[in-house]
Design a protein around this ligand. Structure first.
Ligand SMILES: *Cc1c(COP(=O)(O)O)cnc(C)c1O
Length: 335
């Protein structure tokens, strides 16, 4: 068999813009967004603010930049963010809030691989004492490695944070996967948070872009910060048009990714592939019996995440039923 990639499970960031999305980008009405004159960017921002029930939104080049501007909008130098130890904002964003904002990041354990419990928050908040950093923000994430968190559980965390005077930020890179899996109104899921960062370039399938959503004052601060971070873009409507297309066409279909992930997880369990954990569009495989599995799969045109002791398989819009069947056939031969 050739080395052509039939099926790339490494990430939902690998999704490519479809013909419809490319046409929307080509047709986008544009202006200079640094002047606030790009109608397509303004439309994308308005649409997301409305869907999430917030005042305002701001388009960013990446989720890292959107989270960073959000965290810098909430916190000043000498202040502290309580963040889940495995979260992207702590592990994978080069400590930008500390480097560029003088903000301390305080990593805390998460329960059940996902949320920060009220007890953990109570123990993490520092007393108002001149020895300590000033606790300012709870940074949450949803989904966490594909896992969803019930709204009630989220509320318990954010209510506890607020009772201690903290603001709440959500890294909602895969917010709409959670919305679809929980079958909930996006505004209800966003309501516990002051700011929410959403990636358009993961399962929603755009080439570029994230949006920070929140109240007017915080988004105004984030706007200045975006400029400072070098994130002002000019005729960005070409990119925002992809986001508008994604909101119209690619949210409902996330349920297909979740169903295929479930199907793949059942298949791997039935073939004794190791310990399989799946939620929304992600499948994790722990202790797969064969170190050569990645190489064998690659020879069949199948890329899987890793190499780690935990392998990750992510379903997305560029893996359809026939690609999934081909992958299952290859797994069956090699497991
Ligand atoms: C992808 C991702 C981000 C943002 O990543 P960028 O590559 O900067 O767009 C943030 N948080 C989580 C959980 C992510 O998966």
């Amino acid at each position: 068999m050739s080395n052509r990639i039939l099926c790339d499970f490494r990430s939902d960031t690998l999704t490519t813009p479809c013909a419809g999305m490319r046409a929307a980008m080509a047709d986008a009405e544009v202006g200079d967004d640094v002047y606030g004159e790009d109608p397509t960017v303004l439309r994308l921002q308005d649409q997301l603010a409305e869907r999430l029930g917030k005042d305002a939104a701001l388009f960013f080049a990446s989720g890292t930049q959107s989270n960073l501007a959000g965290m810098l909008a909430h916190c000043g130098r000498g202040e502290e963010i309580i963040v889940g130890a495995p979260y992207h904002t702590y592990v994978y964003e080069a400590a930008g809030a500390s480097v560029l904002g003088g903000i301390a990041l305080y990593p805390v354990p998460v329960a059940d691989g996902r949320h920060i419990t009220p007890d953990t928050i109570r123990a993490a908040v520092k007393e108002d004492d001149n020895h300590h950093a000033i606790s300012r923000l709870l940074a949450c994430e949803h989904t966490v490695s594909g896992r969803v968190i019930p709204l009630e559980t989220i509320r318990q965390s954010t209510d506890t944070a607020r009772a201690h005077g903290l603001n709440c930020h959500l890294d909602g890179a895969r917010f709409f996967n959670a919305v679809v899996a929980l079958d909930i109104d996006p505004a209800a899921l966003a309501a516990p948070f002051d700011t929410v960062s959403i990636c358009l370039s993961k399962g929603l399938g755009t080439p570029v872009g994230s949006v920070l959503v929140g109240n007017r004052d915080l988004i105004a601060k984030a706007h200045r910060l975006r400029k400072m971070l070098g994130g002002g873009m000019r005729q960005a409507g070409v990119l925002a048009a992809a986001g508008i297309y994604a909101l119209a066409h690619n949210i409902g279909r996330l349920a297909e990714d979740h169903a295929r992930a479930h199907d793949l997880a059942s298949f791997l369990s039935n073939h004794n592939a190791g310990e399989v954990v799946q939620d929304t569009n992600m499948v994790f495989l722990r202790g797969a019996p064969d170190d050569m599995l990645d190489d064998k799969m690659r020879r069949c045109g199948i890329e899987i995440g890793g190499p780690y002791d935990i392998r990750r398989l992510v379903l997305h819009k560029d893996i359809d039923d026939s690609a999934l069947s081909a992958a299952k056939k290859a797994f069956a031969e090699h497991l």
